[in-house]
Design a protein around this ligand. Structure first.
Ligand SMILES: *[C@@H]1O[C@H](CO)[C@@H](O)[C@H](O)[C@H]1NC(C)=O
Ligand SMILES: *[C@@H]1O[C@H](CO)[C@@H](O)[C@H](O)[C@H]1NC(C)=O
Ligand SMILES: *[C@@H]1O[C@H](CO)[C@@H](O)[C@H](O)[C@H]1NC(C)=O
Ligand SMILES: *[C@@H]1O[C@H](CO)[C@@H](O)[C@H](O)[C@H]1NC(C)=O
Ligand SMILES: *[C@@H]1O[C@H](CO)[C@@H](O)[C@H](O)[C@H]1NC(C)=O
Ligand SMILES: *[C@@H]1O[C@H](CO)[C@@H](O)[C@H](O)[C@H]1NC(C)=O
Ligand SMILES: *[C@@H]1O[C@H](CO)[C@@H](O)[C@H](O)[C@H]1NC(C)=O
Ligand SMILES: *[C@@H]1O[C@H](CO)[C@@H](O)[C@H](O)[C@H]1NC(C)=O
Ligand SMILES: *[C@@H]1O[C@H](CO)[C@@H](O)[C@H](O)[C@H]1NC(C)=O
Ligand SMILES: *[C@@H]1O[C@H](CO)[C@@H](O)[C@H](O)[C@H]1NC(C)=O
Ligand SMILES: *[C@@H]1O[C@H](CO)[C@@H](O)[C@H](O)[C@H]1NC(C)=O
Ligand SMILES: *[C@@H]1O[C@H](CO)[C@@H](O)[C@H](O)[C@H]1NC(C)=O
Length: 576
């Protein structure tokens, strides 16, 4: 098995680290040099660094964007922004450059996002902040009106914060609309776009629905046609405030328009779901939180009898998650931006329902699905062993045929920030404690199919707070997610992004909070700096500052002496 060979060579620290430092430096240069927008997208707070990967054949579900893999696939919207070079050449250079620089997981969003965001005026941005207004108080939320790199970063940070606030606000609102609840329920008779949810907009069209070129038309029955028809512009993903999700038009045709409705070029017996694949995808946490879990909520109850009409289709996403997509829909995926036909469906859903970040509220989900159901579903789709087998450590002893082996710990490192600077020492420590260690560094060439099996073979998934932990969907019941919480009062975030989900999914959630001395901020700023001495004072000055220090700037030098008891406790827990 992959994992066996991996663990033997676990001490090798791939050359990724060198690349990372260089990458960072180059990014900064690139930014200062020209392209703010592209960089801005780099610092997505859960940067795709600590990704999927395994040691010698290091993994890589990476997260390349179409622009990286294939510059020709950039959607039409990728017009350079006013503040960026108006020609695509520089942009392309950056991307190619980045491709080379991006040792595993150091993912750069494509120029599309960069330019879109770059073009955002400050006024627009502020308006957006206000609109998205989940915004508790924003002590540091002054208008950002300087086009410096720092400000570009800041904008990005603001955006991240919005996302986080959205999350904090945990909007398990009451479900007053049963129609929304069950994908299998009779659909409403008229097109209904429901814009009331704080997270997403959704339209349900039943009857004569015609889909063409990012537009869904509803042709009412003759008796119900009006003098005019309502029209909506819907962001067809689970984050309705995300600026660079483009809108899909949904329109009820008037009596006159119905007469002239475009003819169907194909008729389908199954419903369709329209959703966007861009947005914050490419970071696995967002892939799941923004698209896959919402898609599960929205379409799983169709049992595969549904067609996906995808806007801003991302070939890498289709490829990476093909098993999941192919199970949710047994029908071909349609590129809704390019499809020239007029597809007629008995029912069309536009948008993706989402209950909370990386979560499902069973009371609002069809068939009362839970996040645990989702994990089981994912395991099923990836043909991982049934839940009854137990964690590998226990299973190995129970089987009788197999020798009792050590518990296996997957140690995921991040690439860009919050990385373990003393990785070999940590791996040695875990080995000394009695674990078999599988070190995983971000890389980009292993498939999810293989990697899911490596994760499944582990009893413990250990990593610093970050997207690599999203691999917990592949763990077995009662396996452990060991989250290393960086310095700076990040316990709350660690819980709401990963900890609560782990528990909901019947995984064991263990958190190890580092001390200031274990943060590289300590080396960088000294023990008397407020960021080191008093995180609260930093947070009080505005979240941007907290983001800068604790999410973006720090790496981790785990004190293996201090960490040892955690490992020992873990060992006992696994043996129970
Ligand atoms: C990449 O580009 C080539 C031609 O340049 C094209 O044939 C191919 O379909 C593209 N790949 C993807 C994934 O779009
Ligand atoms: C940027 O956005 C403004 C207003 O939203 C628009 O007028 C302008 O054309 C855009 N520029 C580019 C290069 O897309
Ligand atoms: C970009 O556009 C500006 C103004 O539109 C123009 O002055 C400049 O020459 C253009 N640069 C490139 C590289 O096309
Ligand atoms: C812009 O790009 C086009 C094609 O990519 C190229 O032909 C043209 O010379 C570029 N313009 C400038 C001003 O660089
Ligand atoms: C990547 O780097 C290699 C070697 O440094 C270089 O030959 C190649 O041209 C680079 N590719 C791109 C796309 O920049
Ligand atoms: C947004 O915040 C402003 C100012 O704090 C407040 O007046 C407004 O009601 C808020 N909007 C929403 C939708 O909460
Ligand atoms: C904008 O940036 C420039 C250059 O960095 C700086 O001199 C100026 O003070 C900044 N303005 C504001 C409002 O921050
Ligand atoms: C949800 O509904 C219950 C009962 O109808 C009500 O008591 C509660 O206040 C509602 N909660 C929210 C958040 O609206
Ligand atoms: C999806 O997977 C389930 C098992 O989890 C299987 O029963 C079902 O047939 C699959 N559906 C499709 C469309 O492949
Ligand atoms: C799709 O719509 C866009 C703008 O709405 C239009 O420019 C384009 O020609 C349309 N494409 C097709 C195939 O109808
Ligand atoms: C879903 O849960 C509700 C209570 O939360 C329950 O009344 C209902 O019967 C459940 N539905 C299904 C299909 O299990
Ligand atoms: C590591 O942790 C141990 C035990 O908590 C402590 O005694 C020691 O001082 C720490 N080492 C460093 C370098 O902080």
């Amino acid at each position: 098995m992959v994992a066996d060979s991996s663990s033997k060579s676990a001490t090798t620290v791939p050359a990724a680290n060198k690349g990372v430092a260089r990458t960072l430096a180059q990014h900064h240069k690139a930014v200062v040099g020209f392209l703010l927008g592209v960089f801005v997208t780099l610092v997505l707070y859960t940067t795709v660094s600590g990704q999927f990967g395994s040691t010698n054949t290091i993994v890589a579900l990476q997260s390349t964007t179409p622009a990286q893999r294939n510059a020709t696939t950039s959607p039409p919207s990728s017009t350079p922004a006013a503040s960026a070079p108006n020609n695509s050449t520089k942009q392309d250079d950056v991307q190619k450059d980045d491709l080379n620089k991006t040792m595993g997981g150091e993912r750069i969003q494509d120029g599309v996002h960069g330019t879109d965001k770059n073009n955002r005026t400050d006024a627009n941005f502020d308006k957006k902040v206000l609109q998205a207004n989940a915004t508790t108080d924003q002590p540091g939320g002054q208008p950002v009106n300087n086009a410096t790199t720092a400000d570009a970063n800041e904008k990005k940070l603001q955006e991240e914060e919005l996302i986080q606030q959205e999350l904090d606000q945990d909007d398990d609102k009451n479900d007053t609309n049963d129609v929304k609840k069950d994908a299998g329920a009779p659909a409403p008779r008229k097109p209904i776009c429901d814009l009331s949810d704080p997270r997403y907009d959704i339209c349900e069209i039943a009857g004569d629905a015609r889909a063409t070129n990012r537009t869904v038309l509803y042709v009412p029955p003759p008796g119900e046609r009006g003098a005019d028809g309502q029209e909506w512009a819907i962001k067809d993903q689970s984050r309705k405030h995300l600026e660079y999700i483009r809108e899909v038009t949904v329109k009820t045709l008037s009596a006159a328009q119905s007469q002239a409705a475009p003819e169907c070029t194909s008729r389908h017996a199954v419903p369709a779901v329209v959703f966007a694949m861009n947005g914050l995808t490419s970071n696995p946490w967002h892939d799941f939180s923004d698209v896959l879990v919402p898609l599960f909520i929205t379409s799983r109850a169709f049992d595969g009898e549904v067609q996906f009409l995808v806007t801003d289709l991302q070939p890498w996403f289709v490829d990476k998650y093909r098993l999941i997509l192919a199970n949710l829909s047994r029908h071909e995926i349609v590129d809704f931006d390019r499809d020239a036909g007029v597809r007629c469906y008995p029912r069309v859903v536009v948008g993706l329902r989402s209950h909370r970040d990386l979560g499902i509220n069973p009371a609002r989900a069809p068939r009362n699905y839970t996040l645990l159901d989702f994990r089981m579903y994912i395991r099923d789709i990836f043909s991982l062993p049934p839940d009854s087998v137990g964690i590998p450590y226990k299973a190995s002893g129970a089987a009788g045929t197999e020798e009792k082996r050590k518990p296996r710990l997957m140690l995921i490192n991040r690439g860009r920030n919050r990385k373990f600077v003393n990785l070999p020492e940590i791996a040695d420590g875990a080995r000394a404690a009695g674990f078999e260690v599988v070190v995983v560094e971000p890389r980009r060439d292993l498939r999810l199919e293989e990697f899911s099996r490596v994760v499944d073979s582990c009893d413990v998934l250990m990593g610093a707070h970050g997207a690599g932990l999203t691999n917990f969907f592949f763990l077995r019941t009662n396996a452990v997610m060991l989250q290393v919480v960086p310095w700076g009062h990040m316990e709350h975030s660690s819980m709401i992004f990963y900890g609560t989900q782990a528990k909901e999914m019947m995984l064991r959630d263990v958190e190890y909070s580092i001390t200031a001395e274990e943060s590289t901020l300590y080396d960088k700023y000294g023990k008397d700096h407020p960021a080191v001495r008093d995180p609260e004072s930093i947070h009080k000055q505005g979240w941007q500052l907290g983001m800068k220090y604790y999410w973006l700037e720090q790496d981790i030098r785990l004190n293996v002496t201090r960490f040892a008891p955690t490992l020992n406790q873990l060992l006992r827990t696994l043996g129970e």
